[in-house]
Design a protein around this ligand. Structure first.
Ligand code: PLP
Length: 239
């Protein structure tokens, strides 16, 4: 692995090359969201200095702990969000990628209203119907969107998010990316002032190439930027 800055440059080159090959004319900008879970503010600031504009955290606690120590950047909440924790991040993140229930949407709506803001969200789709993953099935997605539009005036729905099952060969999950892209096209046609589809959030370190080929325009990349995560670090410190 190179430095954080070198890794970011290589990923940017690769994503732009793949995106250009898909669209044929580079009319397919792909946003790189650097996934910073387990990373220190110092590492995150290094990534920001190297050009990162958007970062993704999957835990509310990490957003809260790091928020004041990281340079100005757009924060994305990309992991499962418990209803009782919405209040801690509602004024900190620019978009919540993991909305998969009406209960969660209603709490986001309520907190957004209290802060006088409109929250951008993505609907998390579990296309492979993996039990271990959060997200709503493809069949239920459109109805959830319609319900949110009807009942949550402080939410704007910006698109869909998908986490593919882990596969040694990312070709094996191409079918799921394709399904979610089709759903994205279909749901994006809904006419409503609070529906403005602009983001199809699919692809991580090991599968973002295939995801972009299938239409992703937002990739969430951690390991390829910062290296392997060491989840044991915190515990050791506590000893
Ligand atoms: C950790 C995480 C990623 C990034 O995974 P890498 O394999 O490290 O690139 C992307 N999306 C979500 C939701 C994550 O939790």
């Amino acid at each position: 692995m190179g430095t954080i800055g070198e890794n970011i440059r290589l990923i940017n080159e690769e994503k732009n090359r793949i995106a250009a090959s898909v669209a044929g004319n580079a009319e397919h900008p792909v946003l790189l969201v650097a996934v910073t879970k387990t990373r220190t503010p110092e590492e995150i600031n290094e990534a920001i200095d190297a050009g990162i504009t958007d970062i993704g955290e999957n835990k509310v606690q990490e957003v809260v702990d790091k928020f004041d120590h990281v340079k100005p950047v757009r924060w994305h909440l990309i992991g499962h969000l418990q209803t009782n924790k919405v209040k801690y991040i509602i004024d900190k993140v620019c978009m919540i990628h993991s909305v998969d229930s009406m209960k969660l949407a209603k709490e986001i709506d309520r907190r957004a209203q209290q802060h006088g803001l409109t929250m951008d969200i993505l609907i998390q789709v579990n296309a492979a119907q993996e039990e271990s993953k959060f997200g709503i099935t493809t069949g239920e997605t459109k109805q959830l969107i319609l319900d949110i539009l009807e009942q949550c005036p402080n939410i704007r729905i910006r698109g869909l998010m998908h986490i593919a099952p882990f596969a040694e060969n990312p070709e094996d999950v191409r079918v799921y990316f394709r399904q979610v892209k089709e759903l994205y096209e279909e749901c994006g046609r809904i006419q409503h002032p609070h529906l403005d589809f602009a983001y199809l959030s699919m692809g991580m370190s090991h599968d973002f190439g295939v995801a972009i080929e299938e239409g992703s325009n937002l990739i969430r990349v951690g390991t390829s930027i910062f290296g392997e995560r060491d989840y044991s670090k915190k515990k050791e410190k506590g000893n």
